[in-house]
Design a protein around this ligand. Sequence first.
Ligand code: ASP
Length: 330
Amino acid sequence: MKKVLLIGTGGTIASDVTANGLAPELTTEQLLAQIPAISDICDVDCVQLLNLDSTNMEPRHWLMIARCIREHYGAYHGFVVTHGTDTMAYTAAALSYLVQGSPKPIILTGAQKPIGFDSTDSKINLLDAFRCAAEDLPGVSIVFNNQVILGTRARKTRSKSFQAFSSINYPHLGVLRDGVLLRYIRQDCGAYPLFYEKLDTKVALMKLVPGADRAQADFLLERNDALIIESFGVGGLPESGGFYDCVRQWMDAGRVIVLTTQVANEGSDVGVYHVGHALKNQLNVLEAYDMTTEAVVAKLMWILGQTHDRSEVERLFYTPIAKDILWPVE
Ligand code: ASP
């Protein structure tokens, strides 16, 4: 029988009612005990790595998860990481950069309702995650509500219902029907993954509002190595408010600036309109194209953990990793 490692990090799936609200209390063994049917799918060992609400998850925890997978990589067919849904898309993206080209499945799952509740999605999500971890499903993915979503393409788009995640600008990797994985896409992989151990966490994100000026961007750029600006539509910056000088000044000072969009689907194309043309063609800002903001955050942390050289940052940023960016580079 296949061997799968369950890595517990907390989240609603492991939460119980406390006097101060839901909090992760259950151990990985207690989670497993709720679903005896898992023993028909695979043999499971457990590591209780963390027990956090994922709102408290930080990049150092992503590194801990990646390290745990690395340490146990040889001994297991696949890995299931239980995780809160709130920041699961960030962790899935981060693991996609920290553990690249894995031939073995690395599955994140969680739930919108705790496993002890009468109405819960915890049990089916966990069962499906183990089914996928025992299959031929390379790379990092999220298994949730019967769907398999590529780790670089996930976003939490619903805060309450069981359909918590969407796959952004990329098809689902597969679905589970009556407990059977129908795999539509098999991710590329190598014989052994490339593991990385460094992140630069000085990456900030700013959402543009109409009428904004450069002050907030200045504040963030003073304190960080990279700033992602979620602008409007296909992308651009207001012509008033000093943004163009701000971008020029901070890029000259070595900061990385990436434009992306607040629009949920289809991504950026910054050069199209006058409000973006000079940014793209003269100031040479980077743009996210079809990447999710979660993936841009994690990718910049991973890149800047390795290099601050401008042209190398640009080359790595536009190099597709785990199908995080398809257009226009492929
Ligand atoms: N606040 C919880 C968490 O992200 C929500 C969940 O798991 O669904 O840990």
